[in-house]
Each structure stands twice: as C-alpha cells, then as structure tokens.
Design a protein around this ligand. Structure first.
Ligand code: ADP
Ligand code: MG
Length: 375
C-alpha cells in the first residue's frame, strides 16, 4: 500500500535542528520497573535516524493513565533512563498526561511542545487514534513527518485492508469485547474466516443459545451476534472449552476450583477460561491454510499457565503459517513474546486500540494531522 505520509527524509537538512518526536513509550510497568521494553525498542530507528542526521532530539510520550495529574508511579524516569542507555543524547520529557491539556488537546500544551523546536515527528502509531495535543497539535505548527515505526505499521496494516492474499484468516479473542465490535464488522467484509476465541466467544455462543455459565459476556450484544451468525458470516466458534469451576481463582491455582474440558454447554457457576484442545486443533487447521493471518486477542487467560494452551497453540500456528502474519494488541503481542514466537511473525504491531481502529477505518487522527499539516 502506498503510504501517503510525509517521511523523515522530507524534513530536509536536519544538521543542528531541534526535532521533537512523539513516541509511544507506554511500556507496561510494575513498581517503577519496565515489564516489557518492546515499544521502547521500537522507537529507536527513528531516534537513531534523526541523531545520525545531526538533529537535537527530544522524545515525548504518555505513560499509563494518570488522569491529568502528576503521579510518581507513572513518572517517565525509568523509561527515559533506558532510552538514554540505548541511545545517549536524547532528551525525554515528563509523562505528557500529567497535564490535563494533553488529552483535552489544549493549545497551551501544543505551544509548549513546539516552543524552540524546528520540526515534529510522529512515531507514536499506538497513540495516533487519539486527538490528543501531542498527536494532532504540532503538525499544524511545524514541518512534520511520520517516523520509521509509523510508516512500518501503516504499510503492514494497510496491506491487510488493501488486497490481502487469500485465504485471509482473522483470529479474535481477548477481553475487550465491546471495543472490538467495530473491527468484527469491518473484518467480516474482507476475511474468508473469522475465528473467535478468548473472552469474545461467549457472547457469540450465547447468541447460539449455548449455556455459558459465568463466562465473560456482553448481554446487550447477544442479539447483534445472533444477527451476524444468522446472516451467514464466516465466523468459527470453539467446539470445546476449558472451564474453571466454582471457587477457582484465575492466577491462583492454590485457591482450588476444578478445571475441566467441556464440549458444548458450560455448567452453572463455571467460567470458560480457554478454548479447548479440539477447538485449538480446528483453528490451527484453518490458520495453516491461510495466505494472510491477523491475530488479535488471546484465546484464553494465558497469564495463568493452566489456561495458556489455547493461546500457545494458536500463536504457534500463526508463527508457522507460510502466509503473511500480523499480530495486533498488547496482550497478544506479549503472549507471542512469552512463547518465544515473535521473531517468526511478519509484523507485531505496537498498537492495541490504534491497530484495530486503523484496520477498521484505514486512517487515524494522527495520520490525518500529518497529511494536512503545515508544509
Ligand atoms: P489485546 O491486548 O491483545 O487486544 P485484550 O486486551 O482484548 O487483548 O484482552 C487480553 C486479556 O483477555 C488477557 O489478559 C486475557 O487474560 C483475557 N482473556 C482471554 N480469554 C479470556 C476469557 N475466556 N475470559 C476472561 N478473560 C479472558
Ligand atoms: Mg490488552
């Protein structure tokens, strides 16, 4: 796909120029420690290019959801420290979302970001579905370009929207069912098969009249799922599930609670927490024949080893598939890395919501801003 965005090269001679780069350095953190540095490493190509071109580089990002106020547990310091180790000489601003004006797209925030700068680069693909100050503001004020990661994401994900090689198989799971409905509709227009597992499958199973016990469900969306299924949408649902019995606690095997494979109905009080082995095999067969695969959302609560099998099996099939493989979604990408499979995936997107919105709409506010911005 032709990426219709201004590139780093379009910024011209950068010797001695000041460039502010909106990165997405929003790494998962716990007690000030970085749990996964994928997004931080993904920001390096752009920062290296700019430094190599002689620019003075300032990176900025949000971290978590501090809600517009300072919060020491979400300070940028640990991330900034790692970034400076990886690429010395880059200045790093404090968490943008400590200021309520960032998410409110306040002019004062934009003023402050562009002050003293000669150019702006947006490399924060994962934040570009937001009309936040640092995403949409600077392109109206400075010569601007898309960074390397941004271009890579738009090319890889754009190819799924353009003319994907067939069969095109999408796999959806995870817990954010409501957020993923839009993408279900747009994927159904382009895929040959949509495999649904994870927390998403129960709303569809309920729509088929199957008992789902106490599994995750969006009651008010059951009817919508029923319409899709009745309309003949090429949706495949699990034929068996791994369920956790009453009293069981996800993440704590010592709490007890029986774990059982169930085909069909889930008993009252039980929760579906992974796709079953039969479903995993069926899904793998479909994935093996694909020329294009998109995977978003784990097949089960993979963080608990008892319920990781479905996600691991599907992740292996995605890695082994000879067609183009793309993973979107923070948790799915984390699962692929945990299973040591990420190197065998063609494109692991840094985005979650942004990835889905781009696949759904083919554009994002941050991209529009770059295209229509200051020239
Ligand atoms: P992604 O970040 O890949 O888009 P989501 O954020 O939508 O994925 O969902 C990831 C979460 O979904 C994981 O933490 C996983 O534990 C959870 N999950 C997967 N299957 C189930 C299930 N059957 N019931 C409840 N939660 C689930
Ligand atoms: Mg997630």
């Amino acid at each position: 796909m032709d990426v219709d965005l201004p590139r780093l090269e379009d910024l011209g001679d950068l010797t001695g120029r000041r460039v502010i780069v909106r990165c997405d350095l929003n790494a998962p953190m716990a007690n000030g420690a970085i749990l996964d540095d994928f997004r931080i490493r993904s920001a390096l190509p752009t920062l290296r290019y700019l430094q190599g071109a002689g620019a003075k580089v300032t990176a900025c990002s949000h971290l978590g959801r501090p809600g517009g106020q300072s919060n020491p547990t979400l300070a940028m310091a640990p991330v900034g420290e790692l970034l400076r180790q990886l690429i010395p000489g880059v200045a790093v601003l404090e968490n943008l979302r400590f200021d309520p004006g960032e998410t409110a797209n306040a002019a004062e925030v934009v003023d402050r970001l562009v002050d003293g700068q000669d150019a702006y680069v947006n490399d924060a693909f994962a934040a570009s579905h937001r009309t936040h100050a640092s995403v949409v503001g600077p392109p109206t004020r400075l010569p601007s370009a898309a960074g390397r990661l941004m271009v890579k994401e738009v090319e890889a994900l754009g190819s799924l929207r353009g003319a994907p090689r067939r069969p095109f198989v999408a796999i959806l799971g995870g817990a954010k069912v409501r957020d993923k409905l839009g993408v279900v509709e747009s994927l159904l227009k382009v895929v040959d098969a949509l495999l649904v597992g994870g927390g998403m499958c129960f709303t569809f199973l309920a729509a088929k009249g199957i008992s789902i016990g106490s599994s995750l469900v969006e009651e008010d969306m059951v009817e919508w799922c029923a319409q899709l299924l009745d309309g003949g949408a090429p949706i495949r649902l699990p034929i068996d599930l791994t369920a956790l019995g009453p009293g069981g606690v996800v993440g704590d095997p010592s709490a007890g609670g029986e774990v059982r494979q169930v085909g069909g109905a889930i008993p009252d009080g039980w929760r579906g927490v992974d796709i079953g082995p039969g479903s995993a095999v069926e899904f793998c067969d479909v994935i093996a024949g694909a020329e294009t695969v998109l995977w978003n959302g784990p097949m089960g609560v993979f963080e608990d080893e008892r319920f990781a099998a479905g996600t691991r099996t599907v992740a292996e099939a995605v890695a082994e598939c000879r067609g183009l493989s793309v993973i979107g979604g923070g948790d799915s990408a984390a699962a692929a890395r945990r299973f040591g499979l990420d190197d065998r995936i063609d494109h692991v997107s840094t985005g979650g919501g942004a990835t889905l919105e781009f696949i759904e709409k083919g554009d994002l506010p941050g991209l529009t801003a770059l295209r229509s911005g200051y020239r």
